[in-house]
Every structure is written in C-alpha cells, then in structure tokens.
Design a protein around this ligand. Structure first.
Ligand SMILES: NC(=O)c1ccc[n+]([C@@H]2O[C@H](COP(=O)([O-])OP(=O)(O)OC[C@H]3O[C@@H](n4cnc5c(N)ncnc54)[C@H](OP(=O)(O)O)[C@@H]3O)[C@@H](O)[C@H]2O)c1
Length: 276
C-alpha cells in the first residue's frame, strides 16, 4: 500500500514536470498575434454602442453545439444585434427569458437549396457547425464540415450577408495529409473565394469545455491541455468562453484586410478583452 502511494506520488510529480516543460516549450515557440485592426479592442464599449444602433441581424449555425451555445449566450449578453436567427437541424428549447426573442429555423441540411429564404437578409453569419470522424465516419465528416458549411455560406452570400465568421481549427491546411485539417483548410479557401466583404476565420486549438457529449479520446487531450493552459496560455488550447468572447469582440472591430485568420493566440488575446 505504502509502495503504491509512493509510486502514485512519483507519477504525479512526473506528470506535473512534463506539463510544466510542455507549457514552457509551447510558450517559447508561440507567435505573437498576427491580425491588425484599424480600431482597437480598448474601444469595445463605444464600438458596441455604435454597432447596436445599426440594428443588424445575424444567424448562427451550430447554436446547439458547445461553441455555438456559448456564442449565443455572449451575443445575448452584449445585445449587439436586433435580431438573432438560429439555423439548425432541430428546434431548441430555452428556459431563460433572454432567449425568448430568438428566431429559429429548422432546415434539412441535405436539401439546403430548398431553404434559401432562411439565409436571406442577415448582415452577419456565424458558423460553429461540425462533427467528428468518430461520430459520422469519414464521408459524414466531409458532408458536415465541408458540404453543409460551404453551402450555407453560399446561400448566405447570395442572400446579402456581408460578414461571415467561420470556426475552423488550428492547423487547417488544404494540403494536409490529415483529413480533418485538409477539409478545414479546403472549406476556408472555398468560402474565401465567395468574396464576402469580410471573412473572419478562427483557428482555435483544443477547445477546453466540459462537453455534454461523451468523447473519451478528446477528454484525455482536453485534461492534459487544460493543465498546461493553467500554467500559461499556449497556441494549443483555449477555453470555449474565450472563443465566444473573441468572436463577438472581433465582429465589432475593423480589420485592415478583407479576410482575417485568427490563430489560437489571436483568439486568446481578443477573448480577454472586455468592454469598459
Ligand atoms: N473540439 C475541439 O477541440 C475543436 C478544436 C478546434 C476546432 N473545432 C471546430 O470548432 C467547431 C465547433 O466545435 P464544437 O465542439 O463547439 O461543436 P459541437 O459541440 O460538436 O457542435 C456541433 C454543431 O454542429 C451540428 N451538427 C453536427 N452534425 C450535424 C449534422 N449532421 N447536421 C446538422 N448539424 C450538425 C450540431 O447540431 P446537433 O446539436 O443537432 O447535433 C451542433 O450544433 C467545429 O467545426 C470543430 O471542428 C473543434
């Protein structure tokens, strides 16, 4: 028993040392934020005011998911849109009064062309849609993370949407040999080619969240990066609240370029900024 206790103690110390080393290494190699803005995050309060008075509308794809749910909560709290539409495959129920003015549109993602009207007349579109290969198989993953996402963006653009915010992933790269990263990179490029007035692509690392759905493999990775992130912020992982805050704050800012790619560090830094 005593031997077991000593071994466990040693293992804990070893794990703590590994976490510390990984944190230091990641921090050393992290790039500084890469997106430049003409307006600064310090002005958030007045930017929120100005934005609010423009009576804009937005839609969210994936509002039933972890990021989408948090994004919706953040948008409602900051109250910057006069109308929010949730587009999803099922009707969602909310108990809080704050959610009572939402519009919900239930669509069949296999027949999105039949729902073109649902995508009409929104100023801003947010996409937090996605599945996993483990859940949907390789074809199902491509169907959701590429086909549904791209078709939705096309319909939104055709419907007059000028600003599109896409939650992609760290490492997205259309030339990658990994299906996940390749698909993410491809869809980023194809949406960029649609020519939105503004396209914001978010590439978060591992999302730190107590996920409602059980994903054992992801759980282990999350716990490890959660511990590393507690020591210092890295380019590898990010709390989901920070992603939602960053997306909303970024909506208010004016980037210098038409397409922005926000890497994990950019999202982390924007996710910390608050309206004063
Ligand atoms: N997990 C990570 O650590 C991580 C890291 C970086 C980037 N990302 C990316 O970030 C995005 C959001 O991730 P998340 O973890 O917040 O998502 P999530 O919790 O898995 O939610 C996914 C959303 O997509 C919808 N969806 C899934 N399959 C669908 C289908 N066949 N038809 C229609 N809707 C479908 C879900 O709707 P239902 O509720 O109806 O299923 C839900 O609203 C994804 O693109 C993901 O790849 C994730």
């Amino acid at each position: 028993m005593k031997l077991l206790g000593t071994s466990l103690g040693k293992a804990t110390w070893l794990l703590a040392v590994i976490i510390l080393i990984v944190a230091v290494v990641f921090n050393y190699f992290d790039d500084s934020p890469s997106v430049k803005y003409t307006s600064m995050a310090e002005d958030l309060k007045s930017l929120e005011e100005t934005f609010r008075h423009q009576n804009k509308s937005c839609f969210i794809l994936g509002a039933s998911g972890e990021t989408g749910r948090m994004l919706l909560q953040e948008l409602l709290e900051r109250n910057i849109f006069s109308k929010i539409t949730l587009i999803g495959r099922r009707q969602l129920t909310f108990e809080d009064k704050a959610y009572e003015n939402l519009v919900q549109e239930v669509v069949d993602f296999e027949k999105l062309d039949d729902y073109a009207a649902v995508f009409k007349g929104h100023d801003v579109g947010y996409c937090c849609l996605g599945t996993t290969r483990a859940k949907a198989g390789a074809d199902g993953f491509v169907r959701v993370d590429h086909d549904y996402v791209l078709k939705s963006a096309e319909l939104a653009k055709a419907g007059g949407c000028s600003q599109f915010h896409l939650e992609s992933s760290r490492g997205a790269d259309k030339t990658s040999n990994f299906l996940y990263l390749k698909v993410k990179g491809e869809v980023e490029a194809e949406i960029e080619a649609l020519g939105f007035d503004r396209l914001a692509i978010y590439r978060p690392g591992v999302l730190l969240v107590d996920r409602q759905e059980s994903r054992p493999g992801e759980w282990v990775i999350r716990k490890f990066f959660g511990a590393v992130s507690a020591v210092c912020s890295t380019s590898m992982a990010i709390p989901i609240q920070a992603v939602a805050k960053a997306i909303v704050s970024n909506t208010l800012l004016q980037p210098e370029q038409k397409t922005e790619i926000l890497e994990n560090k950019d999202i982390t830094s924007l996710g910390k900024s608050k309206a004063k």
